[in-house]
Design a binder for this molecule. Sequence first.
Ligand SMILES: [Zn+2]
Length: 447
Amino acid sequence: MQFRVRDYFSPLQVVAHHWRMREAPLWSPERLDAWSRPRRKGLIAHAYTHVPYYRRLLDKHGIDPTRVDRDEVWRRIPLLTKDILREHARDLTATSRFSRGAVWAGTSGSTSSPLRFLLDRRVNAAAFALFWRAWSSGGHWRLGQRQAALKGLNHPDGWRYHRVIQTLEMSSGRLDPVTARLYRDLLERYRPRFLRGYPSSMYLFCRLLRDEGLEAHVPMVISGSEMLHDFQRAMIESVLRTRVYNHYTHWERAASILECGAGRMHAQEDYAHHEILDRDGEPVPPGVPGEITTTGLYNLAMPLVRYRTGDIARWTTERCPCGQTFPAVERIEGRQNDYLVSQSGALIPSTYAVTGFKGFPELLYIQIIQRDLEGVEVRIVKAPSYRDPEDTHRVREELHIRLGREMRLDIRFCTTDELERNPVGKIRSCYNRLPPELIERYGIPAV
Ligand SMILES: [Zn+2]
């Protein structure tokens, strides 16, 4: 998703959120509850009045929106899945008064087909304040200081310095020994106070540096958007001589679980309401794994209520020595990433390979499977709006940019049933099926 400064430029709102967000992690659980319940009730009242999908849903299930501050009523609200969001995006949008100034955003996701959602200025202001808090939580960065990001970036040089947000941006695609050395030099030159990015990309960057016998230093690293593996954390912390903080969020702006100084992951309940639910949608007790299900508290243009993320976590009841009272979860599992290999031998994270399909509603699903170095199989489940050959041409063009011009693309149209799934039935966007000797030669991390 493209960052645009103007979407976040609501200074009064940001400052108001910021002041509250400084205090909220230390509120008593009772105070937090007294703050959160009326907000959720207000959100449902808004959704019932202004969002056609919720009006129908609550009426169908006989749910009184004025009573959802009671747990037993709240839990009767049916869960929102990504498939529903895909199919009913328009119906989930509030009437024009609330969607004015909002922007459509999209994600290609690492496990599923593209999603589109509408974000209003209100949620962007809250998100700005949230990231301000998250990025400054380690005590290494203040608003206005430099940062660096290893991210999906389409720029001829593979990097740029974004002056407005004082961010050194480096492309996470096509990481190889030459670009790793370049990025190390850029980190030396710009001296950012922290680096953020996908753990898979930061791990590759660090592994390449280590292979070259090189090191770099940034005071803090923030890992996001994918599951952070222990081996990745260990490599990043040792090569960059830093501390990694894990931040679980998503572009839908309805979830935030942030690692604290004591190493616990705290659900940021003043930004979103997080539930962990079992297969039947019932809350799980502490220690039992369930699906992270979230309700964003700010987006009136497209409220996401009890939104199933597909990611797995479990609550812990142990008190955290950091002093925060936000509830904590044990490690987050579930998001998986795989790597493709270009003909030149560069590792390409799947998140980068499919990032160009954000906001590509003609594709219901796209899945890339690699069995040899010369080419990949591309499986496409078409949406009704898909037009051949125009859209096929767009897919080819996009993949050639990401995977290299020389990569052979075997495009195959199929049904959802014909997509490959992981052992728990999740559809992932990329599968590496290279022979074991190549996996070893290119050092592809197992998922
Ligand atoms: Zn803590």
